[in-house]
Write a new protein. Structure first.
Length: 76
């Protein structure tokens, strides 16, 4: 199952985490130094729901933002 919303097309984004050490200058230190940068992924908040697609109930993967805004017609 791919991590893509079938309504709006939201998908994972790439980013980085920055690791720092040292005491900040405003707290009396000499400043923070960057000791490492590692990649990370920002994943969309996806849920699998039963919804009407062209009048037929199907299971689709939808982000929570689309669910809350009412872009999906859920079935029971």
């Amino acid at each position: 199952m791919s991590k893509v919303c079938e309504i709006c097309g939201k998908k994972p984004l790439a980013g980085r985490t920055i690791t720092r050490r040292g005491l900040a200058k405003k707290k009396g230190g000499v400043g923070q130094k960057i000791t490492g940068i590692s990649p990370r992924r920002f994943l969309p908040n996806l849920k699998t729901v039963r919804a009407l697609v062209k009048g037929v109930p199907m299971r689709i993967t939808v982000c929570v933002k689309c669910l809350k805004s009412g872009k999906v017609i859920k079935t029971v």
